[in-house]
Design a protein around this ligand. Sequence first.
Ligand code: NMX
Ligand code: MLT
Length: 441
Amino acid sequence: MATVKERFKEVAEKANADTKELIKEHGGKKIGEVTLAQIYQGMRGMTGLVSETSLLDPNEGIRFRGYSIPELQQKLPHAPGGKEPLPEGLFHLMLIGELPTDEDVTIVSNAWARRSHVPTHVFATIDALPVTSHPMTQFVAGIMALQTESNFAKAYAKGINKKDYWEYVLDDSMDLIARLPRIAAYIYRRKYKNGNHIEPNGLLDWAGNLAHMLGYEDEGFKELMRLYMTIHADHEGGNVSAHTVHLVGSALSDPYLSFAAGMNGLAGPLHGLANQEVIKWIMDMRSELGVDLPSKEQIDAYVRKTLNEGKVVPGYGHAVLRKTDPRFTAQMEFAKKHMPDDHLVNTVWNIYDTVPGILKELGKVKNPWPNVDAHSGALLVHYGLVEYEFYTVLFGVSRALGVLASLCWDRALNFPLERPKSVTTDSVHKWLNGEGEIWGE
Ligand code: NMX
Ligand code: MLT
């Protein structure tokens, strides 16, 4: 049976030749126009990147190599007795571009188990931070400490042919993904469980082992982790974390440096940190009202208060999506099956019935519907993982699958240094007055 590297080499070589041909034949075709507003307003709707692993449709949501989340739940291999997809299978799909067999998934799972050793200096680095540090700060510090292990950085220092970059990037990506659950669990147990760490169980799948090391043995929680790690893995290339990894990687910074950079972006409240913000916001609402199942009227009033204070409603809105995020729906379906009467989950559903109407009233919010972060925390709280500052770390562990598979493709397709042009407002004014080009000459 071929290794992951052998399979990737085969598909990447063909894709590389096809892409060169595509650029040669059609490179001059225009795919859009850029307006002045777009360069001032976050480049919304401006196509500027290639990312092979997934594609986001504003109305249908994410598809990983063409497969929707319900299709993945059906078609990807499951753990014995489980119903949720194994993230190993999604990684194979994103990297190789084909649905995996059970054997393919076992190969990835075994490779990650073999590569999962975390050197002691990584734990020492995390321990050097105050225990009060935010879990994302500890996570990034841990990833940076692990950079000593980069095969790409070592090979580059010795001198390698650019045709071989992908091989070292794939090696580093596999190692890093394999090690992240241990680092995440270490941070969790250090910060919240008095440093009582739990050894990995090499017989478990990657997400099941993460649940185990966090200290949650409930089979429902393991299934949640498999679903969670699958749905958070990728959201095409333009989101802040994926784009950052791609950008930093384009400087040939190794996968550890690139991924750490992306995680700093994920730690922002408008991106991945929104999952902690949602639960914090709901908890604040409940304690302010003194009830654990607020009515829709009470939610309505609290949402308006949040907006009047000039704050966003966390978990709602999206830069690309224009309908309810299918990742929200997948979590809602999971909750209906496993915890239909949970009060926090029911509050999330009541918020879903209330918020979109209010956001529509504002007249400026392009997408009033919930995103992935509106639901995830309530599921974690149900199983006892109540420490919401930790939630973005779980998002980050999952995001590694997509952004690192993408980074392998970036190097396999020889994508160059990313360096768009910027302008100044002064140069814009001169251009508008007919005094020169927009770039100021
Ligand atoms: N609550 C209140 N106002 C909002 C919201 C919201 N949830 N979403 C958008 N708006 C406002 C936005 O702040 C902007 O206001 P202004 O013109 O005064 O600056 C206006 O509506 C237009 O914004 P949009 O074009 O609809 O959204 P944009 O693409 O700029 O931003 C988000 C997308 C996701 C940053 C934004 O919807 C938001 O801040 N949502 C809340 C935070 C969140 O849930 N983030 C998680 C995203 C998913 N993830 O995991 O990364
Ligand atoms: C993501 O998963 O990255 C978020 O939904 C944000 C985005 O796609 O921009």
